[in-house]
Design a protein around this ligand. Structure first.
Ligand code: SF4
Length: 458
């Protein structure tokens, strides 16, 4: 009983600090994408690619913005299509973009990490998969030991496509699950039975895929603690190497199809926290290690090792062990990251296609990083990954002074005094303050977030 009272007191305190009604970024970049402006052009993109040093290893993300049908809960940039000609035309545009990349990239550059996401990349036919992989390899081959991961839709995969992906070098896979409960699946417009998912997992493992990531959501309509516990148990029976436990973000003013989901069927913010805690406990009991704010990994998994060794980073896919300074994003709406800044392709497939056909990169917006951005961005990333900021790193790597750091720490300490600790080594978030990590990180964000419609803090 005493511990329950403790939890309630703590929840009250989190509530008073605004955890349950704040909208804060997920900080997969800094500044966040809504702050990007048209100030970065295709010329900058070309110059930044040309500036990649010879023999570098880079990361590449390829976006396939199509799905056979659109799930109501999903806020991804994707469009429904059942027309193979649409997908084929997009693939040709992607290959042209890869051709531009090849013109500006030194031939000695290799890809250390390749990720195909969407949308539904497994919508590509086996021939298209081989075609796309071949075009990428012509521009920059995979490095020895490269990781090549693909988002696999269990509803949209078969042996031929899996074989083509493995032949192209795929050695990691990510599967979206959301929740196994049929009523919840019906409410979010995404039917995907346990058997279909199990079959996809078995087929991947049979082909030697060494690492499997699964995404599951909390905060879905009609989700209760027993229901999420049941879904987590079923997920654990698939033994994924990594799990991302994301909060469903209900933002129908940004993702219009979410308006089909009645707001009254959603758990309250404090219920969301309980759903997260229930799932978290089950992953920890099963031996997973907690990674950052919303991931879990087997202790032997590379992400768990990176977290233990302080090498965890944030990128547009969430947590990563990827420390490459360059990530080239290909496809409509894809974002590239360079030491100089961010460059985002035109979001709509039509605008993206028009720009690529005009013989240039499709860059429509972006951001040139200032010294202050780099310092604040690294502080935010460190809080999101390690729950602590190392003052020595900020001084040595980002030229901060102790006086600057004290000033930057001041707001976080003033607002979250019971949850952060400042010592001569830096600022750290206490374990009980971890649900507030995004809100604490926001104290280091110098941009105006007022109008950008970010997701709930929990
Ligand atoms: S959840 Fe996957 S399949 Fe459904 S709309 Fe989003 S990207 Fe497409």
């Amino acid at each position: 009983m005493a511990s329950n009272i403790g939890i309630m007191d703590r929840s009250d305190q989190l509530s008073r600090l605004g955890l349950f009604d704040s909208r804060v970024p997920r900080y997969t970049s800094y500044p966040t994408a809504p702050q990007f402006t048209p100030g970065v052009s295709a010329d900058e993109m070309a110059a930044w690619i040309e500036a990649i040093p010879d023999r570098s290893e880079i990361s590449v993300y390829v976006h396939v913005p199509f799905c056979r049908r659109l799930c109501w809960f999903c806020a991804c940039r994707t469009q429904g299509t059942r027309n193979p000609a649409t997908v084929r035309a997009y693939l040709e545009t992607l290959k042209s973009e890869i051709g531009h990349l090849r013109q500006f990239l030194d031939p000695s550059v290799r890809i250390a990490r390749l990720h195909w996401g969407g949308g539904t990349p497994t919508l590509l036919t086996p021939e298209m998969i081989a075609d796309l992989a071949g075009a990428i390899a012509d521009a920059a081959p995979l490095a020895d030991g490269a990781e090549f991961s693909v988002e696999i839709d269990p509803n949209e995969i078969d042996d031929a496509r899996l074989d083509a992906l493995v032949a192209a070098g795929m050695n990691r896979a990510s599967i979206g699950i959301q929740d196994f409960d049929p009523e919840i699946q019906a409410a979010i417009g995404r039917l995907q039975s346990y058997d279909v998912t199990r079959h996809a997992v078995d087929a991947l493992r049979a082909r030697g895929i060494a690492s499997l990531n699964a995404d599951i959501l909390y905060g879905l309509p009609h989700q209760t603690r027993p229901r999420i516990a049941e879904s987590v148990q079923r997920l654990l029976s698939l033994n994924p190497d990594r799990v991302a436990l994301y909060g469903y973000a209900h933002v129908p003013w940004m993702a219009r199809r979410q308006a089909i989901i009645p707001a009254e069927s959603l758990p309250t913010p404090s219920e969301r926290l309980e759903l997260f805690r229930t799932a978290r406990e089950l992953f920890l009991w099963d031996g997973y290690e907690e990674i950052g704010i919303d991931h879990f990994a087997r202790p032997e998994d590379g992400m768990a090792r990176a977290a233990r060794e302080g090498r965890l980073r944030r990128n547009f896919q969430g947590y990563t062990e990827d420390t490459a300074p360059v990530l080239v994003g290909l496809g409509a709406s894809a974002i590239s990251r360079f030491p100089q800044g961010y460059a985002q392709n035109a979001s709509s497939t039509g605008d993206y296609t028009k720009r690529i056909r005009a013989g240039m990169f499709a860059t429509a917006r972006g951001h040139v990083l200032s010294r202050g951005d780099r310092l604040r961005g690294r502080m935010i990333e460190a809080l999101m990954c390690d729950f602590r900021i190392d003052s020595a790193e900020m001084v040595e790597c980002h030229g901060a002074t102790q006086a600057q750091l004290s000033e930057l720490y001041r707001e976080a300490v003033a607002r979250f005094a019971d949850f952060v600790t400042v010592t001569p080594d830096g600022l750290s978030i206490r374990p009980e303050g971890r649900p507030l990590a995004r809100m604490i990180a926001r104290c280091f964000d110098a941009y105006d977030l007022a109008s950008t419609g970010h997701s709930s803090a929990v």
